[in-house]
Ligand binder design. Structure first.
Ligand SMILES: *Cc1c(COP(=O)(O)O)cnc(C)c1O
Length: 474
């Protein structure tokens, strides 16, 4: 494809994306595609000869779009958001255009230095503890996901508690890991990948708000130590996936300190709230954490993937992950004056993700980003009021941010049927969880273009559906 052809087709693609942004609400939010339907429409074999670009874009419309669940729809309330924005998409495009591999400082100094700088900006933006800035022994790095951040935290923790022995000769003792029973599944995955095994993960009980009980943690750790285990890592969650509960990080940190455990704080979704000074309590206790992560790709307008991972002492991470073959040796690395981010993550190669983060922060500015978070919280409050005023529905856990957990009073079956029908209607998309064995609907307000009309429409769809079901049941 010549630069001139690229210009032409590139304009068509940008037009396509802009058109999609304008029309996203016309599609059913949850894809109606049946299993195998997309593949059935694709040719059995790859083409012998090259095809015109127009044909590809046409197939995106005809084959791909029906198989898309519209995460960018303003009535997408399922899971957690993965919101995107114009500046992020353009940053992503530039990153692809430059096609940089940022594994070493020397393989593109700008890729590394812009990333370090953005992560330091975010320390300031979110008022994170200074220990996470690159000015001291700590620092931040962009990972693909919070799951990778948790795995890296575990690997660094394992390195520290075994004084590096595990990386030379394998794990020679029983290491234990702790998180609340509401922690994300990525903690168990990390424990498996790191070779500790699922049995080494302790699910610490939670209180009524869904937060880890620090006393229960202390007791479990004491038991494990008496049993001959070496406590390695605690993953505290600031904003659990089910209900955005906040683990008591400061109390957990005390337990970690008395047993030499690494403390990782996972704030994948809720971390963004700290943009707003009035919500900085999401960072409570963070000054004692060894590592921290949050996902700008969830709620900060940066399209997937972009997880910001911080460590207070980068030495443990780098010692655990740095393997230096001859072909990667270079003067800059040897000088010790530069960061080689390959040593801060599992893969060697890495994309230039800082560009989209830079574009988003510059395009919206701090105030723009704050306004966005505040608008979502306001919309959430409106929704909560309507639910509270409706005798048929009830709020299940007190919402403090942008997630509402609620149920129909008629019980699980009706609650589940409401979800099935509103999702089938194509008008909105919500998902569920279980709180105290009860089916609970989750509505997370976090899409880039969600406004009050969308919340109103969603609420009226929910109410009408509930009324329909009640009428059918007599
Ligand atoms: C969403 C979420 C994750 C997983 O995020 P990925 O970036 O997709 O790995 C982990 N932890 C919490 C608390 C989450 O909300």
């Amino acid at each position: 494809m010549s630069p001139d052809d690229f210009r032409r087709h590139g304009r068509a693609v940008i037009d396509w994306i802009a058109g999609y942004m304008e029309s996203v609400e016309t599609h059913p939010v949850l894809s109606r595609s049946e299993p195998g339907e997309v593949r059935a429409r694709l040719p059995q074999h790859p083409p012998e000869m090259g095809e015109p670009f127009e044909a590809m874009l046409r197939d995106v419309d005809e084959i791909v779009l029906p198989g898309i669940t519209h995460w960018q729809s303003p009535t997408f309330f399922a899971y957690f958001p993965a919101n995107a924005s114009g500046p992020a998409i353009l940053g992503e495009l530039l990153s692809a255009g430059l096609g940089v591999q940022g594994m070493l400082w020397t393989t593109s100094p700008a890729c590394t230095e812009l990333e370090t700088h953005m992560l330091d900006w975010l320390v300031e933006l979110l008022d994170l503890p200074e220990r996470f800035s690159s000015r001291g022994p700590g620092g931040g790095v962009i990972q693909d996901s919070a799951s990778s951040a948790t795995l890296c935290a575990l690997i660094a923790a394992r390195e520290r508690v075994t004084s590096g022995a595990c990386n030379r000769s394998g794990i020679d003792r029983r290491l234990t890991v702790y998180s609340s029973s509401e922690a994300h599944s990525s903690v168990e995955k990390a424990v498996r990948v790191a070779g500790l095994g699922s049995d080494s993960l302790r699910a610490v009980p939670i209180d009524a708000s869904g937060a880890m009980k620090a006393d229960a943690l202390r007791m479990q750790v004491t038991r494990d130590v008496a049993d001959g285990a070496t406590p390695c890592l605690v993953v505290a969650t600031a904003g659990t996936t089910s209900s955005l509960a906040l683990d008591p990080v400061a109390e957990i940190a005390e337990v970690c300190e008395s047993h030499g455990m690494w403390l990782h704080v996972d704030a994948a979704m809720a971390g963004t709230a700290a943009l707003c000074p009035e919500l900085r309590f999401v960072n409570d206790g963070l000054e004692s954490a060894d590592s921290y992560c949050f996902n700008p790709h969830k709620w900060m307008l940066v399209n997937f993937d972009c997880d910001c991972f911080y460590v207070s002492d980068r030495a443990a991470l780098i010692n655990a992950l740095s393997v230096l073959p001859e072909y990667l040796r270079n003067e800059a690395s040897e000088s010790g004056d530069v960061i080689d981010y390959r040593d801060w993550q599992i893969p060697l190669g890495r994309r230039f993700r800082a560009l989209k983060l830079w574009f988003v922060i510059r395009h919206y500015g701090i105030e723009g980003l704050r306004a966005f978070v505040r608008r979502h919280i306001e919309l959430t409050h409106a929704l909560v009021e309507w639910i509270e005023d409706d005798p048929d529905f009830e709020i299940v856990s007190p919402p403090w941010l942008n997630l509402v957990c609620f149920s129909h009073r008629a019980g699980d079956e009706v609650t589940q049927e409401i979800m099935r029908r509103v999702n089938a209607s194509g008008r909105m998309y919500i998902t569920h969880t279980r709180v105290d064995e009860r089916v609970v609907l989750r509505m997370c307000v976090g899409q880039t273009h969600t406004e009050s009309e969308h919340i109103e429409r969603a609420w009226s769809t929910l109410r009408q559906t509930a009324a329909e079901i009640a009428a059918e049941r007599g």
